[in-house]
Design a protein around this ligand. Sequence first.
Ligand code: TRP
Ligand code: ZN
Length: 896
Amino acid sequence: MRTQQGTPVRREAYQPLAYGVETVDLDFLLDPKATQVSSRLVCVRNPDAPAGPIVLFGEGLELLSLHIDGAEPAAGQLRKTDSGLELDVSAERVVLDIVTRIDPSANLTLSGLYQSRGGYYTQCEAEGFRSITYFPDRPDIMARYTVRLEADAAACPVLLSNGNLLETGNLPNGRHFARWEDPFPKPSYLFALVAADLKALERKVDTASGREVLLQVWVEERDLDRVGHAMDSLIHSMRWDEEVFGLELDLDRFMIVAVSDFNMGAMENKGLNIFNTKYVLANPETGTDLDFENVESVVAHEYFHNWTGNRVTCRDWFQLTLKEGLTVFRDQQFTADMMARASDSPDAAASARAVTRIANVRGLRGGQFPEDAGPMAHPIRPDSYQEINNFYTATVYQKGAEVIRMLHTLLGREGFRNGMDLYFSYHDGQAVTCDDFVGCMAEANGADLDRFMRWYSQAGTPRLKAEGVYDPAGRSYSLTLSQSTPATPGQADKLPLHIPVAVGLIGADGVDLPLQLEGEAHAGDSTRVLELKDASQTWRFTGIDAEPVPSLLRGYSAPVILDVVEDDARLAFRMAHDSDPFNRWDAAQRYMERVALALAAEAAAGRPMEVPQAFGHAFRALLVNASLDPAFVAETLALPSEAYLLERMQPADPAPLRAALIHLSRELGQALQGDFLARYMDLEVDGEYRYHPADAGKRALRNLCLRYMMAWGGPTAVQLASLQFKTAGNMTERYGALAALVQSDAPERLEALEAFHERYKDDALVLDKWFLLQACAWRWSADAPATLERVRALMDNPAFSLSNPNKVYSLLGGYFKANAAEFHREDGAGYAFWAEQVVALDRNNPQVASRMARALEGWRKFTPAIQARIRVVLEQVAGAEGLSPDVTEIIGKALA
Ligand code: TRP
Ligand code: ZN
């Protein structure tokens, strides 16, 4: 199944392999430059597959020996192929002994077996196992593993692998060994080993059924004071999965290991999750509230994979959303519950849940919508790929989670749970498809989900149009919903989807009306889920005494773009009264988007910009409303992301948009300075830092007030920001103050950056924040230095390294993806820098290079002048020599 460069793999071409694997016994003699891997595979003929050879994938391996049932292969029995080896055998069962040699120290891809800070780590998803040893490295080959590790005892005192520890012992020459056994059959992408100098925080807890299990979080010794939160998060995750889904940890031991060099967030290897340090380490001094939240949700995500991903896995990589969409949905629900459980009233709980939902949707709109509107647009279950690593996308993860959420909305909490129970009862221990999952949901609920399956095959963000007509004579309100999905590359024709649309009707007094559809005997709740299945459908609500204001897609019940005609007054009305907190936020965002894009149009035309007074009033009404949850207010008053606004601007033009956003935040900062200051003062959190949604909400709104004040930039603002920076008792406040200073033209920002660097120059994760802030800096005055020069200079900082993904994502990713106006500067210097860095990164780490390459894939949305400049560098990179399949696919699709 491995891609030849330029030959896409097609979903339709799936074939089971002729031989599967029953057991795998691995023996690693770990050495930086010459690690020897011995593997014994018991291969078994698959009766359901067409006849064929044993297929073994292998990449960059030195084959030392191979024996078939103890004998050398006969002449012609063993063939080398482009992707590995093939063996002709006739027996039903065959034992293979394979010895290979690899060089972990030379492996900079961070896939397969590699080194980081003197330790050994593996990353096998998606196809990394084949660069460790020859193997039928596909997720539908599930086998039981034992592992023996041998390494230098001083350099690597800790030897870990999946499952349960069987034995450890010392060997001559300062070496030692450990043997591990994983009782559960698993696909090779879930294999892991770690050999390093680490220490663990340990806890013993009982599962729901009363089994005692050992939990460990392994980190470098110096980081032991930062692991408590990850451990708490793990225990919360365990409890939540027991309570909500009845799913228990199935091993006696569960380990998390933190590593500094890691391509993604974390990896769910069976019983041995490996994490980017960024998603494990957090204490008040070094982590912000957002970091604490991210650690909690990533720990939960990987833990939840144990059932949704590991016990039931994917038949092939096209089914990736089977595990990822479902697991993201589960971690989103978990986070919402964690936020809500600290609330003291049902309203507060609803608001807290909405804050989580808002963050989910911000991510979707800022990350997935652009993907779905560009050359990489693909269904959540793609039909083809050239490099699977390019398909760990916002579409597969975030939109995939939205699709699962729609099932939850359509079937209800209980119906969804019944579907999950059926899924595990049918498929535990299997490698299955998305059809199997949705099939269980349908069967458990007697539901017809045939049309719903189109969400798995259609790319592009659907448009939902809503038109309401009030009939005073008939006291009724007719709501017509229509859908269409724009063409995407390779997919011109789109069919209607099954879309749950949660609807409420708000009366003139701001109170929801009870809803009664034509034909119903009496009125029900004030929110109703309408199921749109055709291109267009109409619903008639009866008993309505005056024209209502519709509130559509409450809770964001479907991942669509809603087109509905609403004037400013109606947006302000919903901003003030919508009983659905998500939609209240959304009304504010729509209003802000409208104002920002209008200002940008003025800026583009060289006309003066003026912020409408009515908007200022609506904004202020929320700002001063002390009865609202501060976390919610902070979300509501924050500007929509630039990435999302550029998506909405036609044609996209970063410079005037940036001018508009600067103008808007300055004007608000000035006009409402007294209100910002008052809220800033009364939101101060006393006492010792604790990670708690109520405190975090206050800090978030307080920091937002500071940012608006700094945007205006009076002396009070600068004083407050400097004082907060100097006296902060935790990272959330210190970083909030630094961010406010950096997003201004106050000279004090330079001092603060310097002080921050001095304080944290040996702290890699904190420095990532420092790099990121500077990469994302706006220019608040014409004479401020350009960001690009600063980014270039920062690459020379001793703490920066192109081979550490976190550094690249902060400094380069921040500049390419979160600073549009500076990156798209008119002289094209940002693009030349991009081309240079993408090509340089690609030599060592194609996965990281490809992520950076994606920064320009949406180039066709920009003005013709910008497009012309970008085309030049895209072609330049396309012509670079020795490009990886990863980057080749991205650039090829961008230029197609
Ligand atoms: N399965 C991982 C997750 O969702 C993702 C992941 C971690 C990954 N590392 C990777 C995917 C490397 C591809 C390559 O949590
Ligand atoms: Zn995942």
